[in-house]
Design a protein around this ligand. Structure first.
Ligand code: PTJ
Length: 260
């Protein structure tokens, strides 16, 4: 039995997880979600969501597959072209990639908006503080006065100057109904979800089937690379992207992939 057959269940701090553990990234992820729940940022259901995501990630070989990389480059181009891009933050995203979301918002000049499936004022405030602790200067979503049409009240609450007015939204780990309703409002949607069969990536203009932990830094890196590209080049990147192909490639990788 290897030294690591038993996963260290009681980890107080992330740096106690041995970096050479074969399941290192997964353990870090679990730890961040647990911390998120303890700190009132992540909903308990976020643990179930993470468990589902990590099963798909395992089958993908816990790597960014080529079609996801292409989707990430396309997302970067689309964000650079946007007039009013907004990055949506829920409890899982806040726990997993707070600093990375702040950095992406900075690079593509986007707003950050907290938008929760299980909305409470306490969680909204905890997430806003957490994002500010990670460098966010402006966080939307605390006073959500506008509504997404055709969605029940709590999930529909958005900021009038944020998601409501946005032309491009990044919605990681999104609820399928809301993804559909945002699409119906004419938003260009970039969805990050490890399950290619989930409704949100199925309705997205740019579905990224990758772990949010890898996807966000990749999009940021591409945005930096493309910062000096002209609009014509950016539009070509977006036009060349085939969303159906991206979804099929991800499903194929999951169904037929051989684990490294
Ligand atoms: O913080 P709230 O209240 O807004 O709630 C957020 C969750 C995620 C709990 C809520 O939206 C929810 O219940 O989502 P679902 O319906 O469980 O969907 C989550 C999707 O995200 C699933 O398709 C998972 O496969 C996927 N997923 C989970 N973890 C990751 C992921 N995709 C990318 N990266 C991950 N780390």
């Amino acid at each position: 039995m290897s030294e690591y057959e038993t996963v260290p269940a009681e980890v107080d701090e992330e740096d106690e997880i041995p970096p050479d553990h074969p399941r290192y990234e997964d353990l870090v992820t679990r730890h961040r979600i647990e911390r998120g729940v303890e700190n009132g940022i992540t909903h308990l259901q976020g643990m179930h969501a993470e468990g589902r995501g990590s099963a798909f990630d395992y089958l993908l070989g816990e790597r960014t597959i080529p079609s996801a990389r292409e989707a990430e480059r396309t997302a970067a181009a689309q964000l650079l072209l946007a007039d009013k891009p907004v990055l949506s933050i829920n409890g899982n995203v806040a726990a997993l990639v707070p600093g990375e979301m702040v950095e992406l918002a900075d690079v593509v000049d986007a707003d950050l908006e907290i938008n929760l499936f299980n909305r409470t004022d306490e969680r909204i405030d905890a997430i806003a503080t957490h994002l500010r602790d990670h460098g966010a200067k402006r966080v939307l979503g605390q006073t959500a006065t506008a509504r997404i049409p055709n969605l029940d009240q709590e999930r529909a609450k958005v900021d009038e100057d944020g998601i409501y007015a946005a032309d491009v939204v990044v919605v990681p780990l999104e609820d399928g109904d809301r993804a559909e309703a945002l699409g119906a409002m004419g938003k260009t949607e970039i969805v990050i979800d490890l399950n290619p069969l989930s409704r949100s990536p199925q309705v997205a203009d740019i579905p990224i089937v990758d772990n949010v932990i890898r996807a966000i830094p990749n999009v940021t890196e591409f945005a930096r690379e493309l910062a000096d590209a002209d609009d014509h080049e950016l539009r070509d990147i977006v036009a060349d992207f085939d969303r159906d192909d991206a979804l099929t490639s991800a499903e194929d990788a999951i169904r037929s992939g051989t684990l490294a």
